[in-house]
Ligand binder design. Structure first.
Ligand SMILES: CC(C)(COP(=O)(O)OP(=O)(O)OC[C@H]1O[C@@H](n2cnc3c(N)ncnc32)[C@H](O)[C@@H]1OP(=O)(O)O)[C@@H](O)C(=O)NCCC(=O)NCCSC(=O)Cc1ccccc1
Length: 144
């Protein structure tokens, strides 16, 4: 299926946000926005051995950070631009261990209002259908 102009603009907004908004150590994760559609955005967290803890799996600190990052970028996709916002809540579930190999991340924007937005994030090892991580998050817009 070909990408619509709106999906292309949404993807551009997500990519611009990833490139410009986050702290340097988050930018170093090199998360990519792959595709946007009407309900959310697909991302990819590339292989990164530095994300593994002593047990050899991606630490929860990294997956939670990636989830928060992708959520903000997905809101930019939904809005066509970055709106200044802040995370006010995030609930995470670490369901299966993830090796420090590429991770497929899907963010669904559940609601996008004037003041608040709600998202659900899912992560799977790339090429694996099994759910490894979920998060739900609430975001407050600070731009009026
Ligand atoms: C282990 C459990 C929490 C519960 O499992 P259950 O309710 O028993 O579930 P179930 O039987 O359905 O198994 C499902 C899958 O779970 C795995 N697995 C299960 N048992 C073992 C085992 N004994 N040993 C090893 N793995 C085990 C296994 O892959 C299995 O796959 P399989 O189906 O066999 O192919 C699981 O949900 C999990 O690993 N979540 C991810 C946690 C995670 O990655 N957190 C982030 C990192 S921690 C962090 O960052 C904080 C920190 C930093 C530094 C230092 C310290 C902490």
């Amino acid at each position: 299926m070909s990408e619509t102009a709106i999906e292309k603009d949404a993807l551009t907004a997500a990519r611009d946000t990833l490139a410009t908004v986050f702290a340097p150590w988050i930018a170093a994760l090199e998360i990519e926005a792959l595709a946007a559609d009407e309900t959310g955005v697909n991302f990819r967290l590339p292989e990164n051995r530095d994300l593994a803890h002593a047990g050899g799996v991606i630490c929860g600190q990294a997956t939670a950070s990636a989830a928060d990052t992708c959520a903000v970028a997905a809101l930019s996709a939904a809005n066509g631009r970055f709106r200044t916002c802040t995370t006010v809540d995030m609930t995470t579930h670490f369901i299966r261990p993830l090796k420090p190999d590429p991770v497929a991340i899907r963010v669904e924007v559940l609601s996008n209002g004037r003041r608040m937005a709600y998202v659900r994030v899912e992560m799977r090892a790339e090429g694996d259908t099994r759910l490894a991580f979920t998060a739900t998050g609430a975001y407050a817009y600070l731009d009026g």
